[in-house]
Design a protein around this ligand. Structure first.
Ligand SMILES: [Zn+2]
Length: 272
């Protein structure tokens, strides 16, 4: 487990440094908030989550994968397939499972209470991709353990997917300018920063689209794909429409956010 922790930590730091350097070198948008303040908040939340995962069952998904291999549980253990094919199918199904979880995080108010904390960031950059409420991290962990058991995933599949998901999340939230040609090509397969920025729009219909985390195919397949933001990439406002002041998104406010009542949707409160 120590080796696995080092491996994961190494990939994590490398991806963080790489994406942060790209943001410095080729930024796409200007910043609304002071970066020092935002990084202070986001890195505190990230550090809190790392500590909580270390103290609880951060490695639960891997441990469950080891267990299901020993017991022969789960869908992929019922079929005879080459190991490499099971690995690829496992990665694909895990990505689909995370897509579905993300759709539910927006559709069900109890999960949105937690997930809105991630959406409250007024700017987007590499740190946003890792900034979630600790309770959402724990809920995700329980969900992932259940998916690993149901699908009968191999520990290596889980290990690679977790590293991939972290790196993909840092990349898709990055404030970087890619050439139009490269962006178009990448977008056919994976979630690009331009595609995911639309998901962080202040407009709820745009927020409720582009749910994918790694592959972009699920949004196209299930009809949740939005090609471009209506206000344009440089002008579009990010964050929650009910939380646009920097003082509303301080660290303590963010931690308490899931326990406060959700504001009524605009369309509903306009009804007589
Ligand atoms: Zn979301």
């Amino acid at each position: 487990m120590t080796d696995e922790a080092w491996w994961r930590g190494g990939v994590f730091l490398l991806a963080l440094l790489l994406v942060a350097s790209l943001e410095f070198w080729r930024p796409k948008r200007g910043w609304r908030e002071s970066r020092t303040r935002r990084w202070g908040i986001n890195l505190s939340l990230i550090a809190l989550n790392v500590v909580i995962l270390r103290l609880t069952l951060g490695a639960a998904a891997i441990l469950m994968a080891v267990h299901v291999q020993q017991q022969g549980w789960g869908l992929l253990n019922l079929v005879e397939l080459p190991v490499w094919l099971k690995f690829l199918i496992g990665l694909l199904l895990l990505d689909l499972a995370i897509y579905l979880q993300h759709v539910l995080s927006h559709a069900l108010p109890i999960f949105w209470r937690l997930h809105q904390v991630h959406h409250a960031d007024l700017d987007l950059d590499v740190t946003t991709g890792l900034r979630f409420h600790p309770l959402e991290i724990l809920v995700s962990l329980i969900y992932k353990v259940a998916v690993v058991a149901a699908l009968g995933l191999h520990p290596l599949t889980v290990l690679v997917f977790e590293a991939l998901l972290n790196a993909a999340s840092m990349f898709s939230h990055a404030n970087i300018r890619l050439s139009a040609q490269l962006e178009r090509m990448l977008r056919w397969l994976i979630i690009t920063p331009d595609m995911h920025r639309i998901h962080h729009s202040i407009h709820r219909d745009e927020t409720d689209s582009n749910f994918g985390f790694f592959l972009s195919i699920w949004d196209r397949l299930f009809g949740t794909y939005t090609q471009a933001p209506r206000d344009g990439h440089l002008q579009m406002v990010l964050g929650l429409d009910y939380c646009q002041q920097p003082q509303q998104v301080g660290l303590i406010r963010l931690l308490l956010m899931p326990f406060r009542p959700l504001p009524k949707p605009a369309a509903e409160s306009e009804k007589p």
